[in-house]
Ligand binder design. Structure first.
Ligand SMILES: NC(=O)C1=CN([C@@H]2O[C@H](COP(=O)(O)OP(=O)(O)OC[C@H]3O[C@@H](n4cnc5c(N)ncnc54)[C@H](O)[C@@H]3O)[C@@H](O)[C@H]2O)[C@@H](O)CC1
Ligand SMILES: [K+]
Length: 447
C-alpha cells in the first residue's frame, strides 16, 4: 500500500472479482452484491462498477449504509449501479459482507439476506461468516460456489470449504513472507514417494513393523499390514495375536505371534485394534524402546494419554508420529477447540512429536513448527478401518526413511485420494479404500 497509488490494490482485486464473475455468469446479466462495512464491501462495489461497465445489471444491498466504502459506492452509482433493500432475481451474488477482518459468524441481518439466496455465490476473499484464520464456522455463514482471493491463499482456504478457490495476482510478489501453512500438491508427493531403484532389494527399501490387532480386532492388523504392503516395496513384518489372519490375507508379510521375535524393522506402526490392557502396554513399550521411528495410532495414543510413564520408554530422539482424531487428541492434550492448527502445534511441541490431527482438513504439525494441511475433497474416508489404512501407509513411508512431517503429509494426501477414487460418489468400506491405494499412488507419481 505504501508503494502503489491509493485504492490501486482494491481496484486490482475488484477487477479480478469482476473477471471471474463474468466467467460464472456465462452470458447471463444480473448480479447482486451484498456489501458490508469494510474494504471487502469496497471490493464488491468496485467489482460491481467493472461489471456495470460490461453491461451487466448490478444491484447492491448495503448491510451497514452508514459505514460503507464511500469511493466504491460513488463509483458504483456513477455507472448506474442500484442500491436495493433486498436482492431479487439475480443470476449471481457477490459476497462482500466481511473479509479478512471478520470475527465470528454472520450477524442476524446479514444471515437473513444469505438464507434466502438461490443464485450461486461468489465470495470476495473468503465466504463471510467463516473464520479467516482457523476456517471455523460457529454460526450462519455464506456457502460459496467460488471464492476469489488476492495475492496469496489464506489459512481459511486450506482449512474450510470455500468452493472453487481462485487466486488473483494483485502485485504483492516480493512483499509476502514465507507461508505459515503448506498444502502439498500432487507433484510434491510424487517426487517424495519412495519407489525401488535398480540397486534396491526388499531390505534396502525399509522394513515396516506392524504391532496392531487383537483377538477382538484382527481386522485392524490386516488393514494396516495391507496398507504398508501396498505403499512401498519394502518388507512388512507383522507381530501380534492376529498373525493367522494377516498371513491368510497377505502371504507376503512375515508374521509372528509376539513382538519379542519380530526381528528388525526400520519403523513401527503401533496401536490400531491393539487394546489398552497390560499386554498392549508391554507391546507399546517395546516399540518405543526400539529406537526406530514410530507411528502411534488409536489405542497407542489412548495408552500414552492414560499412562504418562510410557513416555519414558522413548528415547527423546526417536521420531514419533501421533495420528489422533479429535477424541484421542482430547485425551492427550485437552479439547481441540476451533483452531485446529494451533491445537496440532501445541501437542507437537508438548510431546516433541509430529502430530497428524485427522479431520476433513487434516493438520500435520512438526515439533520444529512446520505445518502441513490436507483438505479432503470428500468425506468418504470417514469410515471404520480407514485410520488403520492411514497408519500402515505412514509407517511404510517412515520405514523408507522419509522425513516424518513429509511422510505424514504424503500419507494423508494419498489416503484421501484413494478414498475419492474408490468411492466415485458412493459409500465405501475401508477395504475398498485399501484396494485403491495403488491407483492413488499412480496418480501422484511423475509420468
Ligand atoms: N489488505 C489489502 O492489501 C487488501 C485488502 N482487500 C480487501 O479488504 C478486506 C479487508 O478489509 P477490512 O480490513 O476493511 O475488513 P472487512 O471488510 O473484512 O470487515 C469490515 C468490518 O466488518 C466488521 N465485522 C467483523 N466481523 C463481522 C461480522 N461477523 N459481521 C458483520 N460485521 C463484522 C468489523 O467492524 C470489520 O472491521 C480483504 O478481505 C479484502 O477483501 C482488497 O481490497 C485487496 C487489498
Ligand atoms: K466475503
Amino acid at each position: 500500500m505504501a508503494v502503489v497509488p491509493a485504492g490501486a490494490l482494491m481496484r486490482r482485486a475488484a477487477f479480478g472479482v469482476a473477471v471471474v464473475a463474468a466467467e460464472l455468469l456465462a452470458g447471463k446479466r444480473r448480479v447482486g452484491l451484498l456489501v458490508g462495512a469494510g474494504n471487502n464491501g469496497g471490493d464488491a462495489l468496485w467489482a460491481g462498477y467493472y461489471l456495470r461497465k460490461r453491461g451487466v445489471a448490478v444491484s447492491a444491498v448495503l448491510l451497514t449504509p452508514d459505514r460503507v466504502h464511500a469511493e466504491g459506492l460513488a463509483a458504483f452509482r456513477r455507472v448506474g449501479g442500484r442500491v436495493v433493500p433486498r436482492l431479487r432475481d439475480v443470476d449471481l451474488v457477490i459476497d462482500g459482507i466481511v473479509g479478512l477482518s471478520a470475527r465470528g459468524p454472520l450477524r442476524p441481518d446479514a444471515a437473513e439476506h444469505v438464507a434466502h439466496l438461490e443464485a450461486p455465490v461468489l465470495s470476495v476473499d473468503l465466504p463471510s461468516g467463516v473464520d479467516p484464520d482457523t476456517g471455523a464456522v460457529s454460526g450462519p455463514a455464506v456457502r460459496a460456489h467460488t471464492t476469489v482471493t488476492f495475492g496469496c491463499l489464506k489459512p481459511v482456504h486450506a482449512l474450510a470449504d470455500c468452493g472453487d478457490v481462485r487466486l488473483v495476482d494483485i502485485g504483492l510478489d516480493g512483499e509476502l513472507h514465507g507461508p505459515d501453512l503448506v498444502e502439498l500438491d500432487i507433484a510434491d508427493i510424487g517426487v517424495a514417494w519412495p519407489v525401488p531403484g535398480p540397486e534396491d532389494d526388499k531390505y534396502t527399501q525399509g522394513v515396516t513393523g506392524i504391532a496392531a490387532g487383537s483377538a477382538t480386532y484382527p481386522g485392524a492388523a490386516v488393514l494396516a499390514t495391507g496398507a504398508a504392503l501396498l505403499s512401498t516395496s519394502g518388507l512388512v513384518r507383522y507381530a501380534g495375536p492376529a498373525a493367522e489372519d494377516v498371513r491368510a490375507r497377505w502371504p507376503e508379510s512375515i508374521c509372528t505371534g509376539s513382538i519379542t521375535d519380530a526381528g528388525r524393522v526400520q519403523a513401527w506402526v503401533v496401536g490400531p485394534g491393539l487394546g489398552t490392557g497390560l499386554g498392549a502396554e508391554a507391546v507399546l513399550r517395546t516399540v518405543l524402546e526400539a529406537g526406530v521411528p514410530v507411528c502411534a495410532d488409536a489405542d497407542a495414543i489412548t495408552m500414552l494419554a492414560n499412562n504418562p510413564d510410557l513416555w519414558d520408554a522413548r528415547d527423546p530422539d526417536t521420531l514419533l508420529v501421533l495420528t489422533p482424531h479429535d477424541r484421542e487428541y482430547e485425551r492427550l492434550a485437552g479439547p481441540v477447540g476451533t483452531d485446529r492448527v494451533t491445537a496440532a502445534r501445541k501437542a507437537a511441541e508438548r510431546y516433541n512429536a509430529v502430530v497428524l490431527l485427522k479431520g476433513h482438513a487434516t493438520v500435520i504439525a512438526g515439533p520444529d513448527g512446520r505445518v502441513l494441511v490436507n483438505r479432503a475433497r470428500s468425506s468418504w474416508a470417514a469410515t471404520a478401518g480407514s485410520g488403520d489404512v492411514l497408519s500402515g501407509v505412514l509407517g511404510s513411508l517412515l520405514a523408507a526413511g522419509l522425513d516424518p512431517v513429509l511422510a505424514a503429509g504424503c500419507a494423508a494426501k494419498v489416503h484421501a485420494l484413494a478414498a475419492d477414487l474408490a468411492s466415485d460418489g458412493a459409500p465405501i468400506p475401508a477395504t475398498s479404500l485399501l484396494a485403491a491405494l495403488p491407483d492413488a499412488i499412480r496418480a501422484v507419481r511423475p509420468l
